[in-house]
Design a binder for this molecule. Structure first.
Ligand code: NDP
Length: 257
């Protein structure tokens, strides 16, 4: 039987793979046979994830990187390229959440959210893009959000900086996709609604999320572990060879209404 998502012989770099969705994406790619490079700031967590990935039967390389620091990004990408000889797939996943109302949002918080969720997505794509352009092949998957498309309804929690950054990720995805479309690189994005992770556990566990999901999410619930993997594998594999510049919302129908 043909496996459209087969990633044997490929090398995938996942940013923000010390917790949450990044770990899930790295494992999903490994299960399809890709060797994996992971990066984040918490090195001990990366080492633990590395062991879990190696247990799946592929190689894993872990490297510390603060994506707010462009020197560290360049160093990390160079180290991954030196280690594996190439980078075929980038899951541009590192990010931070924030739900500060605009009138209380400080310059520092704004810069941190935009810096991590938008600036760094560009900086990492730029550096990995140079490696991919040399090889004439690449699959970039940016992690956007439900908030690339819609904000939170009135009376819930405002996410001004996060929304501005994730909206930017959507348009950056289109721009990179068009620039590199004839050079063997596809650039797409996923737009998850709410999934359990360190970022969202407070919102999901306090009970505040459930009535909002009932009102605004046709499926009436948060996403479950594993429900993003199909979309990531589609964009990361040659199954999506004629798809670029797209964002796929995995949101229980939230953005359909
Ligand atoms: P987590 O907080 O569990 O994971 C965030 C990851 O990003 C961690 O590995 C963290 O690693 C890394 N990270 C944060 N800042 C930096 C930095 N400056 N440099 C390097 N790495 C950094 O949250 P999620 O797994 O939920 O988030 C992953 C992505 O998914 C984010 O882009 C988020 O916006 C997006 N998303 C999440 C949704 C959800 O409901 N969970 C919904 C929609 C989108 P470390 O701290 O070790 O550096």
């Amino acid at each position: 039987m043909k496996n459209y998502f087969d990633l044997s012989g490929k090398v995938a770099l996942v940013t923000g793979a010390s917790s949450g969705l990044g770990v899930q994406f790295a494992k999903a790619l490994a299960e399809q046979g890709a060797d994996i490079a992971i990066c984040a700031r918490r090195v001990e967590r990366l080492e633990a994830v590395k062991k879990e990935i190696e247990a799946l039967g592929v190689k894993c390389f872990a490297h510390k990187c603060d994506v707010l620091n462009t020197d560290e990004i360049r160093e990390m990408v160079k180290a991954v390229e030196e280690h594996f000889g190439k980078i075929d797939i980038l899951i541009n996943n590192a990010g931070v959440g924030d739900a500060t109302p605009s009138e209380e949002l400080t310059d520092d918080t704004w810069r941190n959210v935009i810096g991590t969720n938008l600036d760094a997505v560009f900086y990492v794509a730029r550096e990995v893009g140079k490696v991919m352009l040399k090889n004439g092949y690449g699959k970039i998957v940016n992690v956007g959000s439900l908030h690339s498309e819609v904000v939170m309804p009135p009376g819930t929690w405002p996410v001004p900086a996060y929304t501005a950054a994730k909206g930017g990720v959507k348009m950056l995805t289109k721009s990179l996709a068009v620039e590199w479309a004839r050079k063997g690189i596809t650039v797409n994005a996923i737009g998850p609604a709410y999934f359990g992770s360190e970022m969202t556990n407070d919102i999901l566990s306090t009970g505040g999320f459930d009535p909002v999901a009932q009102a605004y999410c046709p499926m009436g619930r948060a996403g479950k572990e594993g429900e993003l993997n199909g979309a990531v594998l589609y964009f990361a594999s040659d199954a999506s060879s004629y798809t670029t510049g797209q964002i796929l919302y995995i949101d229980g129908g939230w953005t359909a209404i």
